[in-house]
Design a protein around this ligand. Structure first.
Ligand code: ASP
Length: 339
């Protein structure tokens, strides 16, 4: 029995989910309940500002949430662009369990959640609003865009760091100090969660508010099956976090699982995915990506493009945050294309 989640804040999310794995209710699928619970924890935590409530809004000041859940190619669900419901993975689970479809998007995804009796919620926290207003005051540069016209009259500097700290001291994650190398990637803190339960069932969930100040309508890798998450019970599972546009171009999570299908270990699969990103794109200093991979026996590994990523683990030996076993570009000063 094991739950693994992206980033250090995953420690708290894993803990919230652990009971679902070790004390399952009759007839439940504990691994599925666990990933839903872990993502729901992150959604509700206002201090995790790239997921759920507290997530930073798009360039118009409106939060939108994306997420997906997966047990197998035949059992997966996804939503993108929720603006009125807090828990994308829970809505995605309803899509998986109660419709013949895989993915719902936009206002109709919110409508579906309403029809399922799921309550509406305010998604923009006061802190996220304050950060958005500060961003506007500082010029309102659209994050990760390559087109100044997307922020008319506001200028453009794709390498400019975005201050998303709300003036806090970083004491937000795991009940302790966030390591400085991880703090720099706070704009990449999607939760991707993989769980294996006592019956060997593998499940995955992924929840995000996407990139901060994104172009309205933008959807990244996180809710797309095969990009932010992929689970094949015959092989294993993978989830991703980081710059969605890099992950989507290589079908990241699917790639990692396919590597395992051909015999790779979780580490070799995660390494292949980040190495593929490093060799495919002209990289910029704000680019980060990480893959968390679990084999069907519950063994796992992670790899990141740059330093600062951590995996949170919960199993019978307790809770811990572990460094990725492979970092493609260990030198943080390297920003150019890599071979
Ligand atoms: N992968 C997410 C997205 O692109 C964001 C992140 O993990 O930073 O929407």
């Amino acid at each position: 029995m094991r739950i693994v989640s992206t980033w250090s804040f995953g420690l708290r999310a894993n803990e919230a989910a652990w009971q679902k794995v070790i004390e399952p209710s009759p007839g439940s699928t504990p691994a599925l309940d666990a990933v839903e619970a872990a993502c729901a924890y992150a959604d509700a935590a206002a201090d995790i500002d790239s997921v759920g409530y507290g997530g930073l809004p798009d360039a118009t000041g409106r939060v939108s949430l994306d997420g997906c859940v997966m047990l197998s190619p035949a059992r997966c669900g996804s939503v993108a662009g929720l603006r009125r419901h807090l828990h994308p993975v829970s809505v995605a689970r309803r899509v998986m369990e109660r419709t013949a479809h895989v993915m719902l998007v936009g206002p109709d995804a919110d409508l579906f959640a309403n029809q399922q009796g799921m309550g509406e919620a305010e998604l923009l926290s006061p802190e996220a609003r304050a950060t958005y207003e500060k961003w506007l005051r500082e010029g309102g540069v659209v994050d990760q865009s390559r087109d100044a016209s997307l922020a008319p009259g506001l200028g453009f500097d794709p390498l400019r760091p975005i201050d998303r700290r709300h003036g806090s001291d970083g004491r937000l994650f795991g009940g302790g100090e966030l390591p400085p190398d991880e703090a720099q990637w706070r704009h990449h803190d999607t939760i991707g969660c993989l769980a294996i339960d006592g019956t060997g069932v593998l499940a995955g969930g992924c929840s995000t508010s996407g990139t901060p100040f994104k172009v309205p309508g933008r959807v990244g890798d996180s809710p797309i099956i095969g990009h932010g998450l992929y689970v094949d019970p015959a092989v294993g599972a993978a989830t991703a976090t980081g710059t969605g546009e890099l992950i989507m171009g290589i079908c990241g999570a699917f790639l990692a699982v396919e590597c395992m299908r051909r015999g790779a270990s979780p580490l070799d699969a995660a390494r292949e995915a980040v190495a593929r990103i490093a060799s495919t794109y002209p990289l910029e200093s704000h680019h980060q990506a990480a893959f968390l991979v679990m084999a069907r026996d519950g063994s796992f590994a992670s790899a990141s493009l740059r330093p600062g990523y951590r995996t949170s683990v919960r199993d019978a030996s307790g809770a811990r945050a572990v460094e990725p076993e492979f970092v493609a570009i260990p030198d943080p000063s390297v920003t150019g294309p890599t071979a």
